[in-house]
Design a protein around this ligand. Structure first.
Ligand SMILES: Nc1nc2c(ncn2[C@@H]2O[C@H](COP(=O)(O)OP(=O)(O)OP(=O)(O)O)[C@@H](O)[C@H]2O)c(=O)[nH]1
Ligand SMILES: [Mg+2]
Length: 331
């Protein structure tokens, strides 16, 4: 039986064959399997691709050390910590490290000359009752692009694209960053509603920092950044302005698409600490399962406290939760 593969399959297969980076090759293999029509004629092709995927997974786990190849760079992947992972990227000297320094306890090198940051550095940013991980990165310019950046960006939950509003070449520098990433098939978008038709492309939710704002020479730059990034969340930020940093934290939280739910024991007061983090739209059942799968199975009903509810309102397992809800499980 003929395989009848769609044209985009062949395009993706070419990219897969040319790709050298095992992580990216794995991603392309998984995408090939996903778009492959599933019928008798593709049985063998599916089996071959599954074998390639498991071989690539092994190779990635071993750090790309097959056949004496050099170990993949250690920065290729940064383990996610906290409620979400945000990667700060941008042209040289725009203030990425300064943002990390102001928003977390990390101590990056900050200097008034470009190419200060040579390696990624992480820090934890506190937003109300949760911690969100930030990654500071080396700059992207015509003189510098670290190959591990593509994987770091793909793995992060959201991108914070930092622009220097006091730099008259701000736009051409940020456009260079966008073009460089597009060549690596990473497309930065305000949300994920417009996925590219090209299956090689990876869309990343992005917020934009019009940084070094509120300076004498930053107003024009801020307007230019706003114009260029119409439709995006554009935040005026300055390390000298705490309110702007708090707005950044809130915008990051809103973009992560998560909710915080606090659990309480029957007959106890609630402590608004250590919330359960769930994707927006999660239900009472999702919250119960996230604690323990037996909990989900045995759940009879729950009581809820939160905005727009009666205190202790009795709800069923399919009830949709909101950020900040307090929940008491009854099993
Ligand atoms: N006025 C003003 N200056 C800032 C602000 N944030 C950073 N700077 C300055 O901008 C310069 C560059 O800051 P860095 O944080 O090192 O910039 P970077 O983007 O990490 O630079 P690279 O690592 O070289 O890419 C330093 O002189 C900072 O003091 C800000 O909000 N306002
Ligand atoms: Mg830096």
């Amino acid at each position: 039986m003929p395989a009848n593969l769609p044209p985009q399959y062949y395009e993706l297969e070419r990219a897969f064959k040319d790709e050298k980076d095992p992580h990216e090759k794995l991603r392309l293999a998984q995408e090939l399997l996903r778009i492959m029509p599933k019928h008798k004629g593709t049985d063998k092709l599916q089996a071959d691709m599954k074998a390639k995927i498991s071989q690539l997974k092994k190779q990635c786990d071993e750090g790309g050390q097959q056949h004496g190849a050099r170990k993949a760079p250690a920065h290729d992947h940064i383990e996610r910590e906290g409620a979400g992972q945000v990667i700060l990227i941008g042209a040289p000297n725009v203030g990425k490290s300064s943002l990390l320094e102001s928003l977390t306890h990390a101590k990056p090198l900050v200097a008034d000359y470009p190419y200060t940051t040579r390696e990624p550095l992480t820090g934890m940013m506190t937003y109300e009752t949760i911690q969100i991980q930030l990654i500071d990165t080396p700059p992207i310019s015509d003189e510098m692009y670290e190959p591990y950046m593509a994987n770091l960006i793909r793995n992060a939950d959201i991108v914070a694209l930092v622009c220097d509003t006091t730099d008259k070449d701000c736009l051409s520098r940020v456009d260079f960053v966008l073009q460089t990433l597009e060549q690596k098939h990473i497309i930065l978008r305000p949300d994920l509603s417009h996925q590219s038709d090209d299956p090689r492309n990876y869309t990343k939710r992005t917020i934009v920092c019009a940084h070094k704002a509120f300076e004498d020479d930053s107003a024009a730059g801020t307007a230019v950044v706003r114009g260029r990034f119409d439709g995006y969340t554009v935040l005026e930020t300055s390390v000298l302005d705490d309110a702007s940093l708090n707005q950044f934290k809130k915008a990051v939280f809103d973009s992560l698409g998560i909710i915080r739910v606090y659990t309480k024991h029957i007959g106890h007061e609630v402590a608004l600490v250590d919330p359960v983090i769930l994707p927006s739209g999660s239900t009472v059942e999702d919250a119960a399962i996230s604690i323990h799968k037996d909990f989900g199975a045995n759940l009879k009903f729950a009581k809820i406290w939160g905005q727009g509810k009666f205190d202790g309102q009795r709800v069923q397992r399919d009830f949709q939760l909101s950020d900040g809800d307090v929940i008491e499980f009854h099993i």
